[in-house]
Design a protein around this ligand. Structure first.
Ligand SMILES: O=C(O)COP(=O)(O)O
Ligand SMILES: [Mg+2]
Length: 221
């Protein structure tokens, strides 16, 4: 179904896998964390399947895969700190903006729509990455996975942004690459749009039945 922006005043975007191909830098930080602990590197393909529930779950999945068992709390906390340290040193070195994203953001921004990022990634990384890739000027607001007690697929971050701009959910569109984005959007009462090129735990995002599915965000405008 062709996406319609009629009546839409706020567009909220997932970050990893939707706006940016961030797995090269995420995998680099995961792999340094793993090899420091004597495990083999996981590589980009595995890491792409683990992204989407925030950095702690990413590290938990990589430790479980490497060791074959559940990490204890202390092991996980230390590995998470190591991941954050390494990722923070180079969060945008090999990260790229997906085709069509820049054009779509520019056009939506020019039309006067409010635009926000809602990611499960830690908040501290959002602005440095957007700035490094020249995307920072388009957004009115950003929420990270640690900004609120709840994260996607909980609808709370989406409702928080809609309330911040006093825009009713039915005038909002959630754009994402994973089932968490589509579920959060549906539960918030937003319209939902999915892109198939991102990271969705190895499943087609179409299975989440978004309202709209586009090959590239360029189709939005
Ligand atoms: O950090 C993650 O797990 C992914 O974040 P996303 O919500 O931007 O896809
Ligand atoms: Mg994503």
């Amino acid at each position: 179904m062709t996406p319609s922006l009629a009546g839409i005043r706020l567009v909220t975007f997932d970050l990893d896998g939707t706006l940016i191909d961030s797995v090269p830098d995420l995998a680099m930080a995961v792999d340094v964390m793993l090899t420091e602990r004597g495990y083999p590197a996981a590589g980009e393909e595995k890491v792409a399947g683990w992204v989407g529930n925030g950095s702690r779950v990413l590290v938990e999945r990589s430790l479980r895969d490497a060791s074959g068992h559940e990490p204890d709390d202390q092991t996980l906390a230390q590995a998470h700190d190591a991941f954050l340290y390494h990722y923070g040193r180079a969060p945008s070195e090999r990260t790229r903006v997906f085709p069509g994203v820049r054009e779509a953001l520019a056009a939506l921004h020019d039309r006067g729509l409010k635009l926000a990022v809602i990611t499960n990634k830690p908040y501290a990384f959002i602005t440095p990455i957007l700035e490094a890739l020249g995307l920072d000027g388009y957004f009115d607001y950003a929420i990270g996975g640690d900004s609120l007690p709840q994260k996607k697929p909980d609808p709370a971050p989406l409702l928080h942004v809609a309330e911040r701009f006093s825009i009713p959910p039915q005038a909002c569109l959630m754009v994402g690459d994973s089932r968490h984005d589509i579920e959060a959007g549906r539960r918030a009462g937003f319209r939902t749009l999915a892109v198939p090129y991102g990271y969705n735990h190895g499943e087609p995002v179409a299975a989440s039945r978004p309202d709209f599915l586009v090959e590239s965000l360029a189709e939005l405008v």
